[in-house]
Design a protein around this ligand. Structure first.
Ligand SMILES: Nc1ccn([C@H]2C[C@H](O)[C@@H](COP(=O)(O)OP(=O)(O)OP(=O)(O)O)O2)c(=O)n1
Ligand SMILES: Nc1nc2c(ncn2[C@@H]2O[C@H](COP(=O)(O)OP(=O)(O)O)[C@@H](O)[C@H]2O)c(=O)[nH]1
Length: 228
């Protein structure tokens, strides 16, 4: 276990590479990758009270309200007393950021700044294994067998809201709600912004930044660890 616990958040518009980069960080530095989207999907699948509520919003293409998100996630984060973690997809709004702030002190926030055209191209080509959250891209990281998850062999799916028609609205919404969150983390001096069109070119900068803050660990198999 690491001597000092490390808590980080990764932010960025849909398709900016949060999931992809989180997996690399988890593998290199041994942080747990916590994905709010995966956690929501697990709660929906398990029919928990909050999951049932969240589903009514997600089905309509709406964001889950702040009080539902915080009720779902904060108790889980509080339980993680002896793990370093990287949170992906939360906080989304200023209210969520303030609630998180009252629970724990973040060490670092990564914000990804990726041009619209790049997001559009990536997302129209994004394929997902719903059960695990594993993400593929037909050009960037294709599955070994077309249309099938590498580990389970199960079919991959695409989300309707990854198509260009839905993307403009999702992006506009992201910009509106993320701005005050980014400003908050900037004012705390923990925000690190990375811009570019390729994850492989951004990654070395993130890697060097984190190397100054946490020891890297020997290469191991990557693990996607949802919230407990
Ligand atoms: N703080 C959050 C995080 C997620 N969600 C909702 C929006 C999505 O419809 C759903 C799934 O979350 P994901 O992060 O997995 O969503 P996507 O994969 O669509 O997002 P991205 O494209 O950014 O990866 O949960 C939410 O309302 N509030
Ligand atoms: N072409 C290309 N695709 C990428 C790159 N980085 C990530 N992707 C793919 O783009 C899509 C969105 O990435 P993801 O990590 O899911 O982004 P998130 O929505 O921010 O979590 C996925 O299909 C990834 O495989 C890249 O540098 N180039």
């Amino acid at each position: 276990m690491m001597a000092k616990l490390f808590r980080a958040v990764i932010m960025g518009p849909p398709g900016s590479g949060k999931g992809t980069i989180s997996e690399r960080i988890a593998q290199r530095f041994g942080l747990k990758h916590l994905s709010s989207g995966d956690f929501l999907r697990e709660n929906i699948a398990a029919n928990t009270e909050a999951g049932v509520l969240a589903k009514t919003y997600i089905e309509r293409g709406l964001m889950v309200p702040d009080h539902v998100m915080t009720r779902l996630l904060l108790p889980r984060l509080e339980e993680m007393t002896c793990h370093s973690w990287l949170m992906d997809g939360f906080p989304c709004t200023l209210a969520q950021a303030k609630a998180l702030n009252s629970t724990c002190d973040l060490d670092l926030v990564i914000s990804l700044n990726i041009p619209y055209e790049t997001l559009k191209d990536r997302l129209s080509d994004r394929w997902i294994h719903p059960a695990s959250g594993r993400v593929y891209n037909m050009g960037f990281n294709p599955p070994r067998v077309q249309g099938r998850d590498d580990l389970s062999g199960e079919p991959l799916i695409q989300h309707d809201d990854d198509q260009p028609e839905a993307l403009v609205a999702r992006l506009r919404h992201y910009k509106d709600v993320a701005k005050p969150v980014i400003d908050l983390y900037k004012s705390k001096g923990i925000l690190h912004m990375f811009s570019g069109t390729e994850t492989d070119r951004i990654w070395p900068y993130i890697n060097s930044l984190l190397s100054t803050k946490i020891p890297s660990r020997p290469e191991t198999d990557t693990q996607h660890i949802p919230l407990p």
